[in-house]
Design a protein around this ligand. Structure first.
Ligand code: 5GP
Length: 177
């Protein structure tokens, strides 16, 4: 997209409030457990994971995993590929996959299947935003921040060709004119 403008879809204040609510809910749900392994999906989830993890009131460790489902820009490819694995052995552990955005659901489905083969105690999923109109695979989301329409969004960790990742809010990219 050469010439575009950004329209704020979710404000910084709304994100902060919702991330706080999700953290409270997760802290309650895992209150009786030893430790929660938070697995952030790179690169997009790094901001969400940083904020969410710091608001939790339960013991937690941070891991990252990277997959590739979009070759470049916003063109969808059909396959999801593991690009970087996490270090932690998750056997017998409680795992929470933390995603920035769920679009078709393929990435989340792939990750749940992959991590489930490693014999964790449980695998749950958390995403900041989801585009319900785009769902192809109904991967279960245990925790969700917001639902948004079918638009390309940037900010709060999300990019377009590495641009606009560090905006404090989530904005829709609209072609100009
Ligand atoms: P899915 O596998 O659910 O189709 O796609 C998930 C991945 O697609 C996300 O982790 C993200 O990398 C990318 N994606 C889908 N929609 C958007 C969007 O609107 N903005 C950005 N920046 N990435 C998106």
């Amino acid at each position: 997209m050469e010439d575009y403008e950004l329209e704020i879809l979710i404000s910084e204040a709304d994100i902060e409030r919702r991330v706080g609510e999700l953290a409270q809910q997760i802290s309650r749900d895992y209150a009786d457990e030893d430790e929660l392994v938070l697995v952030g999906v790179l690169k997009g989830a790094f901001v969400f994971l940083a904020d969410l993890s710091r608001k939790l009131s339960i013991p937690r460790v941070i891991e990252f995993i990277a997959v590739s489902s979009y070759e470049e820009g916003s063109t969808a490819s059909n396959s999801v590929r593991l690009v970087m694995d996490m270090r932690e052995n998750i056997e017998g552990k409680q795992v929470l996959i933390v995603e920035d955005i769920v679009d078709t659901g393929r990435t989340l489905h792939f990750l749940v299947e992959l991590l489930s083969t490693r014999n964790p105690k449980s695998v749950k999923t958390c995403a900041l935003v989801r585009k319900p109109d785009r769902t192809e695979i109904d991967a279960t989301l245990d925790y969700l921040g917001f639902e948004i329409p079918d638009v390309w969004v940037v900010g709060y960790g999300l990019d377009y060709d590495e641009q606009n990742r560090t905006l404090p809010h989530i904005a829709a990219m609209k072609p100009k004119g």
